[in-house]
Every structure is written in structure tokens, then in C-alpha cells.
Design a protein around this ligand. Structure first.
Ligand code: GCW
Length: 682
């Protein structure tokens, strides 16, 4: 049996609705391309292939309009005056990666013109157009004007040179370093195509826990081969820069960013890289975090380090993405405060080609975190978002969790940094503080598994990340619907219940793992399964007990003004809310407060009962996901149906494991019975 899910959301299943297929066949008669870049050829070929299966038709390709209906692909410089005239105003509204899809009249026939400033816009345009067909929408009277809201839409692969993947749950790395540069695996092309279809335009090939060898000629040859493969798809290659590379591969005895010898080494290195890859994107750097080398090893700071690399790469147009994920045992009263304390003093001090990459929350990719307080606190510095698509703390590739719901929650959060309406989306897209350099990164969940992501539904997280990177204001519900229609079926009897299941899956995982603001109570190291009892690790903030602080008086981390005062890192309006136990959203309660077991929640239940009931609710939600899945069996191929069924069975077992382990453990402190409605652990 063919592996259906290798094809991701580009299944191009034959359109089942007969009216639609007639409509689509009538207008898609000829594909006309004007211009001959590799990108335009890829776009035309994609259309041809898609039409073959979507509408069961071989559509001819030419470079001249025929006397009938045409679908015309041409960037603005290749438009005839007649065509330009009909799209001038629309073209003014798009940026260099945007596109216009417009129904126009030519020779008295309706035509579909896809146009753009650059050819990459045409590729994005045809994928948008095909999405309309894939989701059975009307294609008459189109006038679509679309551009990405951010400029760096990038995947971060945590892939090691030995082909293992840090926090990867879908097999090994897809980069076959041993066979590169001469062997171009078809996967690289399929990867580029899938990314282009959702507007991703950059990829960091290797782990932020970096190996300097990637910067040696032996590897740069291989990186070049990948960059050449990705280029026509609009994807730039970036690498992580190990800060100590001048010592490890340069034979210097220091990596001090203020040493002129070190500065020269990076300048030469940049020059060398650009000889291989003229459009190299730049560096991603994890410095002085979790044992990685950095400027602080030499008594220098993040600005010294980032600017030194930025200066080396600026003449070639590259950027530096400097990560803000830092915490250390020396400042362990509250790990959540550290990135803010360390970075805010540097606001406005970074070079123009530096962007600071900030995780969505202040701890580490939890099922739920309040937004990171750095957002809104560094208005003079471009900040980019770092989401984790791979599910390190959310059940790996075993649990079905639809992450765009989580991403959306963060993007919509209001920082109040410039008063009400200062959402994170506006910080990320540069509009709030007027930044030109903008970006959004996702730690990839892609591996060598036949289905790319380990779980068939984990593909939706890759898809949704790309869609939100393009437009951070999209609704996750719309994303789920699009993805389902493209990946499985347009039948409403399938789409509606499964869409609901996806949307609910995020709250389910929060409930059965870390309800009411609990966090980081996963078992240590691997972060799979519960481990709230772990307390024996050498650094305090590695231990789950540090985060939940359960005792006989209650549970939760007091980050209010009576505790670590992390709330003071937010704008006053936000701080006021988080600080006050009565106003703090209950979903974040135990993140910000140590709350007594008898505290009355808004629904009247005591905290203990409420917590127990949330764990139970999570288990029930997974049971309802299972029953939804069983009902849609007729609409899904057997292979994917079975895979998801088996995975949901594991998720159900493990939701119970979480509930029982956490409640039995916390019960030692609360000393209370489980409320009715909560199943007794067996
Ligand atoms: O999420 C944590 C992971 C580490 C990771 C680190 C980081 C790449 O447990 O595996 O290292 O964060 O983001 O740098």
C-alpha cells in the first residue's frame, strides 16, 4: 500500500463534488507562463501535476495565451500592458514575496492571472490557488491580494552531524551528510516543496547546541548542495555558529569577541561561506546557555558577541539570530526572570542585522505558559518568536496535540507595551515598534520517518506553523479546517468533528499534564511522562519540585510581589492582573501564585478538588477524541486510520498515568480525598 501520509497536505485527491470539478475544469484549460526562471517552471509543473489528480485533466503548458481560458503566471515585469493595466492597483499592495490572483478578461474570456513582484510570489500564488481547489472553494471572480507579514519564516532543525536529532521524535535527521554533496535525496526536494507551499522561506540546518565542523569546507560543500536545491523554492539556508569555532576549527587560542584576531577570523569565515552560498541567510546562536560557549566566557556580553558576528556577516547581507534562552544556577531564585534581566539592559544596542530570538514563554515550551515578558520590553530591538513544533514536553510524536491553538494564544496575548492592543503578533510583524527585520522560528518536528513527523496529526503542526508565520493573525480553527480538507477529505461529516477534536486537543494535554498553571513537572531529562516528585538533580531549577512547590499549605510558584516578583517584568496593566490572585486568569494561577488547597476557584470548588477534576477532564477529553476518531473511520484510508487509533489508545493510557501519578503525589501534601467524578487510581 502506498504511504499516503508521505504526501503531507499536498495529497491532491480527486475533487469529489461534481459541480466543483466542472467549474474547475472549465477554467483550468491552459497554463501560460511568461518568464523562464526555475521557480516559475516549478510552479507550472506543480499546477500540471495537481490538475492531473485533482480534476483528472492533463492541462497543457505554453508561453502564449490560447483563445480559451488560461491560467497565466507572470511577474509584473513580464506582464503585457493589457495585463498590467488590470492588476496595477493590486500589485501596489504586495511586498516582494506577495502575490495577486485575479480573474480578468482577455479576448473576452475569463482568465486567471497570478502575478507578483518576484517569481517566488508566483510559487506562493499557485499554492494558494491550489489550496482553493483542494478545499473546494469557488474560483470565479477571484481578487486575492496576499503578502507575508514577517520576513524570516524559518525552521530550526536541532539536527546533529551524526544524524541524531535533539528532541526529535520522527526518526533521524533528513540530512544525509555522508552522501552529500553529490547525492540529492528526493526528500530534500519534497521538503522544499512542502515548505514553499506554506510560505516558509528559511531553514537552519543544524542544532543550536552546535558543532563547529559545519563551518569547515568539507561541510560547506554539502550545505551548498542543499542551498542550491532549496533556492528555487525561495528557501534560504542558515547555520548555527558555535561561538568557540575560532578555537576548535580556527586554531586560535581564544574566541573573545573583542580580540581583533577573532573578529578577523569570523570575517574571513563569512567571506568563505558566501563563496559557497551567495545568498546564505546567516547565523543562529545559542550562547552562554546550558553549557554552550559564548562571550561571557571572556567577560563580554551578548551585545559584544552578537555584534561581532553581525559585523562579519553584514557586508554580504546576512543576519544574526541571537537566542534569549538563558538561565543559570547562579540566579536560581526564579529561572523565569533571567532572560528578561539579562537582555532588557541591551535594548537598542544590537546592530541592525541582529534579531533576538525569544521562546514563547519564559521557561521552556510547556503545554501552557504565559507569554514571555521580553515581548514588549525591548521596543528598540527586533524580536523574533521561537515556537517549538516538536513536542518535547507534549507527549513527543505519540500524543495528538494541535499546536496552532497554543501558538495563537501567544500571538494574541496583549503585552500592553504601548497600551491596549499591543499584541505579540504586532511585535513579531514589526508593526508595533516599526522594525524592518521581522521573523518567526519553529523548532522542526521533521525526521526520516515515512510520514515525516512521527504522528499523522503532527504534520498539522508543521503546516500550521508555516501558515501563522506567514500571517500571525490567522485563526487556528481555519488552519485546522484547511489542513484536514487538504490532507484527508472535504466531507463535512469528517471535517467538522475532527476539526473540533484538534482544537480541543491542546486544552486536553494541558489538563492531563499541567492544569491551572502547573509546569515543568515532566520526568527529568527526556521530559516524557510525569515526574513531579523528582528532586535530586544537582541544579535546583532542573527539578520539578522547584516549579510546583507543593507543601501542606498549598501548591504553585509565587511569582507575585510577595514572591519572586516576576510579575513586575510585565507592563503594569498585565502585572496587576497576574499579581492579584483574584484577577489572575485561572489557567495561569499556579504559575504565579502559591495557592492553598482550600482556596475557592471561580466555580466554587476548592483548589484541590478543582485540580483533580481538571486532571479527570483531560482524561475524558482524550476519550472523546477516541470516540470522534472511531466515528470517522469511513472517511480515512485504513493505514492512517489505524495509526491514529493506536496512538490515541496510548494517549488515553498515558493521560490516566499522568492523572494518577500527579494526584497520588500531590495528595500527600493536600491530605484530602479525591472528589466525586474523579476515577480512583487502580
Ligand atoms: O528545550 C530545551 C531542551 C534542550 C534544548 C534547549 C534549547 C537545544 O531540553 O534540548 O537544546 O531547550 O532550547 O536550547
Amino acid at each position: 500500500i502506498a504511504q499516503t501520509d508521505y504526501k503531507l497536505w499536498l495529497q491532491y485527491n480527486k475533487v469529489a463534488n461534481s459541480e466543483k470539478i466542472t467549474e474547475y475544469q472549465a477554467i483550468n484549460k491552459n497554463i501560460v507562463t511568461i518568464g523562464n526562471s526555475e521557480t516559475i517552471q516549478i510552479a507550472a509543473k506543480e499546477l500540471q501535476n495537481a490538475f492531473k489528480s485533482l480534476i483528472n485533466k492533463t492541462v497543457p503548458l505554453s508561453n502564449k495565451t490560447a483563445e480559451s481560458a488560461n491560467i497565466i503566471l507572470a511577474n509584473e515585469s513580464n506582464l503585457s500592458p493589457e495585463l498590467l493595466n488590470q492588476t496595477k492597483t493590486e500589485l501596489q499592495k504586495i511586498n516582494n514575496e506577495g502575490f495577486v490572483i485575479k480573474t480578468i478578461q482577455l479576448k473576452n474570456k475569463p482568465q486567471i492571472l497570478i502575478t507578483s513582484k518576484k517569481d517566488i510570489g508566483l510559487l506562493y500564488g499557485i499554492f494558494h490557488y491550489l489550496r482553493l481547489l483542494q478545499t473546494n472553494q469557488s474560483i470565479s471572480n477571484l481578487n486575492i491580494i496576499d503578502s507575508p507579514n514577517t520576513n524570516v519564516r524559518i525552521l530550526n532543525h536541532w539536527d546533529n552531524l551524526n544524524e541524531s536529532v535533539e528532541r526529535g521524535y520522527a526518526g533521524s535527521s533528513i540530512w544525509n551528510w555522508q552522501k552529500l554533496p553529490d547525492f540529492i535525496d528526493q526528500r530534500y526536494i519534497d521538503y522544499a516543496r512542502a515548505n514553499a507551499s506554506i510560505g516558509i522561506n528559511g531553514t537552519v540546518l543544524n542544532n543550536v547546541n552546535a558543532n563547529a565542523l559545519i563551518l569547515t569546507p568539507q561541510y560547506l560543500e554539502k550545505v551548498k548542495a542543499l542551498a542550491n536545491t532549496f533556492r528555487p523554492y525561495g528557501i534560504k539556508v542558515y547555520l548555527t555558529a558555535r561561538f568557540s569555532a575560532p578555537i576548535e576549527i580556527g586554531k586560535l587560542n581564544t574566541a573573545d569577541p573583542l580580540s581583533s584576531e577573532v573578529q578577523q577570523w569570523w570575517k574571513d569565515k563569512a567571506k568563505e561561506i558566501y563563496k559557497y552560498i551567495p545568498d546564505f541567510g546567516g547565523f543562529l546562536v545559542k550562547a552562554n546557555s546550558e553549557g554552550q560557549p559564548g562571550p561571557q566566557n571572556y567577560g563580554r556580553n551578548h551585545v559584544d558577541g552578537a555584534n561581532m558576528l553581525a559585523d562579519a556577516i553584514a557586508p554580504f547581507g546576512g543576519i544574526v539570530m541571537w537566542r534569549a534562552f538563558v538561565y543559570s544556577e547562579h540566579d536560581a531564585d526564579d529561572r523565569a526572570k533571567q532572560a528578561y534581566s539579562e537582555f532588557v539592559p541591551y535594548d537598542g544596542k544590537f546592530r541592525d542585522n541582529v534579531i533576538v530570538q525569544v521562546k514563547n514563554g519564559a521557561i521552556d515550551f510547556q503545554p501552557r505558559e504565559p507569554f514571555h515578558p521580553l515581548f514588549g520590553a525591548m521596543p528598540k530591538t527586533p524580536l523574533m518568536m521561537e515556537f517549538q513544533i516538536t513536542q518535547e514536553y507534549l507527549g513527543f510524536s505519540t500524543h495528538l496535540v494541535f499546536l496552532p491553538k497554543l501558538f495563537q494564544e501567544t500571538l494574541e496575548a496583549d503585552t500592553f507595551s504601548k497600551g491596549k492592543g499591543s499584541s505579540i503578533a504586532k511585535i513579531i510583524d514589526g508593526s508595533l515598534d516599526n522594525h524592518q527585520l521581522t521573523g518567526i522560528a519553529g523548532v522542526a518536528n521533521i525526521g526520516s520517518d515515512l510520514n515525516w513527523c512521527g504522528h499523522p496529526f503532527a504534520q498539522a503542526n508543521w503546516y500550521g506553523f508555516g501558515r501563522l508565520a506567514w500571517n500571525p493573525n490567522l485563526d487556528s480553527k481555519t488552519i485546522a479546517e484547511e489542513w484536514l480538507r487538504m490532507t484527508f477529505s472535504n466531507d463535512e461529516k469528517f471535517v467538522l468533528p475532527v476539526q473540533e477534536m484538534m482544537i480541543e486537543s491542546r486544552e486536553a494535554v494541558v489538563n492531563y499534564m499541567t492544569p491551572l498553571g502547573l509546569h515543568h513537572i515532566m520526568d527529568t531529562g527526556h521530559h516524557y511522562g510525569p515526574g513531579p516528585w523528582v528532586s535530586n538533580l544537582s541544579r535546583p531549577e532542573w527539578n520539578p519540585v522547584y516549579y510546583h512547590k507543593a507543601d501542606k499549605n498549598g501548591i504553585g510558584f509565587d511569582r507575585s510581589s510577595t514572591g519572586s516578583n516576576a510579575t513586575a517584568q510585565y507592563a503594569p496593566e498585565v502585572a496587576k492582573e497576574f499579581n492579584d490572585i483574584a484577577k489572575c486568569p485561572e489557567k495561569d494561577l499556579l504559575w504565579f501564585h502559591h495557592v492553598s488547597w482550600d482556596y475557592k476557584l471561580k466555580n466554587g470548588a476548592t483548589l484541590w478538588n478543582g485540580l483533580a477534576l481538571k486532571y479527570q477532564e483531560g482524561v475524558n477529553q482524550v476519550a472523546s477524541m477516541q470516540s470522534t476518531w472511531n466515528k470517522i473511520k469511513p472517511y480515512v484510508d485504513e493505514q492512517r486510520f489505524n495509526e491514529v487509533e493506536m496512538l490515541l489508545n496510548i494517549q488515553q493510557k498515558e493521560a490516566k498515568w499522568w492523572r494518577d501519578a500527579c494526584l497520588l503525589y500531590f495528595q500527600q501534601f493536600s491530605g484530602k480525598d479525591l472528589p466525586s467524578g474523579v476515577e480512583k487510581p487502580t
